[in-house]
Design a protein around this ligand. Structure first.
Ligand code: CP
Ligand code: NVA
Length: 300
């Protein structure tokens, strides 16, 4: 049986990912009567960076589905000293059923997954944030219907969240327009993922305007001047399609990547988006742990 890691969207397969998204919709409908599908299972969550939504959503998701969680600060684990990634992965695999990691190094997460005999879930690296994108797609489908064919316009930094949107575009069949300062132009663009230096042109007729902080965790001290033309403000929103929505994974830096005016309009769906982390996480956990869940029920 292959281990179901949730680290890189392109490695998971379109049908599986679409199935996880469908399951997230269903689990949201069962919000007040969550099925106890993870009864008896445990998740370790380990962080080397701050988190509010990722930590909360995984913790609540596990508990609502009947499971348990253990939170660890990576700086306090032996891996921060001399213990190897191999030993850490092998020992975690003996104690719990899955691991959710927020760690800066994507390569280190992949190496941990290579040694692990239980699923590893990417709770964000400097390269990607797949759990966030699943929640964002859930939100877009709820607000605007099927994701296929939608125009999503990304503004500001070319960062981990943007890169994961770019991975998701060909899988889910939406168009992504990336609008960043020219020095951050993505090296590779495709039919589904295009670059547009002019923010106004990028916003035109978009279904979704999305942004994120200009200074991701670990980039403190970086200059933000060059990002100002990519701020999402009322003028930019006015160019989008009627009924277009504004999204942001949060945390927000008002008057930097987005103005308070935009956040006050009904177009802003940021709190639904944050809540949807919970429902998306449940579906991701259910997929990763499906096999483990069967094993536990059989031995009960
Ligand atoms: N969007 C997101 O991942 O939020 P946290 O950093 O609070 O987990
Ligand atoms: N791009 C941001 C996302 C935070 C959820 C960061 O990496 O800090």
């Amino acid at each position: 049986m292959s281990i179901r890691h949730f680290i890189n969207l392109p490695e998971i397969g379109p049908e599986t990912l679409k199935g996880i998204l469908e399951h997230a919709h269903a689990l949201k409908r069962e919000k007040y009567n969550p099925p106890q599908i993870l009864e008896g299972l445990s998740l370790v969550m380990a962080f080397d960076k701050r988190s509010t939504r990722t930590r909360l959503s995984f913790e609540v998701a596990m508990k609502q589905l009947g499971g348990h969680t253990i939170v660890m600060n990576m700086g306090e684990m032996q891996i921060a000293g001399s213990e190897t990634i191999e030993d850490t992965a092998k020992v975690l695999s003996r104690f719990v059923d899955a691991v959710m990691l927020r760690m800066s190094s994507h390569e280190m997460m992949e190496e941990l997954a290579r040694w692990s005999t239980i699923p590893i879930i990417n709770g964000m690296t400097d390269e990607s944030h797949p759990c966030q994108i699943m929640a964002d797609l859930l939100t877009i489908e709820e607000k605007l219907g099927a994701i296929e064919g939608k125009k999503i316009a990304w503004f500001g930094d070319y960062n981990n969240v943007c890169k994961t949107f770019a991975q998701a575009a060909p899988i889910f069949g939406f168009d992504l327009v990336i609008s960043t300062p020219p020095d951050l132009k993505p090296e590779k663009t495709t039919a589904d993922v295009i670059y547009q230096e002019d923010a106004k042109a990028a916003a035109k007729d978009a279904d979704v305007l999305v942004t994120d902080t200009w200074v991701s965790m670990g980039q403190e001290g970086k200059s933000i001047e060059k990002f100002m033309p990519y701020q999402v403000n009322s003028a930019l929103m006015a160019l989008a399609k009627d009924g277009a929505i504004f999204m942001h994974c949060m945390p927000i830096h008002q008057n930097e990547e987005v103005t308070p005016e935009v956040l006050k309009t009904p177009a802003s769906v940021i709190y639904d988006e944050a809540e949807n982390r919970l429902h998306a996480q449940k579906a991701i956990l259910a997929w990763c742990l499906e096999e483990a869940g069967v094993r536990v029920r059989k031995s009960a």
